[in-house]
Design a protein around this ligand. Structure first.
Ligand SMILES: C[S@@+](CC[C@H](N)C(=O)[O-])C[C@H]1O[C@@H](n2cnc3c(N)ncnc32)[C@H](O)[C@@H]1O
Length: 211
């Protein structure tokens, strides 16, 4: 339990610090935007979608998704960082169908069987208990709803080494998973697993689960 509190604290501190500059135009943010943009263009979003971005940061991918359906839908973002959520709220002030919630992905205060689409970009490797998060995702998805997790995927020895280096440099980093590990975790959570055919960025892949 002590480790869990410490881990959450480290994560919050890191992302709270980053929130004020998260929308600025530097190479790191551009890399993250590019990943979000590629994933959003891959989604099959329909009018009146119920959409959730887990670990949403300042909410950029939510705004882009809403544009695809002329803002017709209910759009949710969940993030552990108070400052990211504050920034997201201010970015989308006045949009009644946008809802931003400060919460851990391991325990999300939203209703069962609600969402058509959940996305999670470059956030999953920060989750201390990925099994708990996938259980939450399963609970929140409607039957036939889909989760799309975009994350660097440790299928090669070089990414496995990079994972270990990041772990040493950033204590809140948990783990980059291989495709095999994603498949096993999804199946354990009763999500029907598939993977997007293309690699999205360097080693980032999109792992898809259907309820
Ligand atoms: C690299 S940022 C990615 C943000 C956004 N998804 C993107 O693609 O730009 C990682 C985000 O995950 C959030 N995060 C980390 N651990 C979390 C957790 N346990 N629950 C919810 N959000 C979490 C951080 O606060 C941060 O906003």
């Amino acid at each position: 339990m002590k480790d869990e509190i410490k881990h959450a604290q480290l994560n919050k501190e890191k992302w709270d610090k980053w929130a004020s500059s998260y929308d600025s135009n530097n190479w790191r943010n551009k890399y993250l935007r590019d990943a979000q943009s590629k994933l959003v263009s891959y989604l099959d979003v329909k009018d009146n979608v119920r959409f959730l971005d887990l670990g949403c940061g300042t909410g950029w991918a939510i705004g882009e998704t809403a544009k695809l359906v002329g803002n017709k839908g209910e759009f949710y973002g969940v993030d552990l960082s108070e400052k990211m959520i504050e920034k997201a709220k201010s970015n989308f002030r006045g949009r009644d169908n946008f809802h931003f919630i400060e919460a851990s992905a391991e325990s999300i205060p939203l209703n069962n069987n609600f969402f058509d689409i959940i996305i999670c970009t470059n956030s999953f490797h920060h989750y201390l208990h990925p099994d708990k998060v996938l259980k939450e995702i399963y609970r929140l998805l409607k039957k036939g709803g889909k989760i799309y997790i975009l994350d660097p995927t440790a299928d090669s020895w070089i990414i496995k080494i990079i994972d270990k280096i990041i772990k040493l440099a950033e204590p809140e980093h948990v783990k980059l998973y291989s495709t095999k590990e994603f498949r096993l975790m999804f199946e354990k959570a009763q999500l029907k697993y598939s993977i997007a055919p293309q690699t999205f960025q360097a080693a980032s892949k999109v792992h898809i689960g259907e309820k």
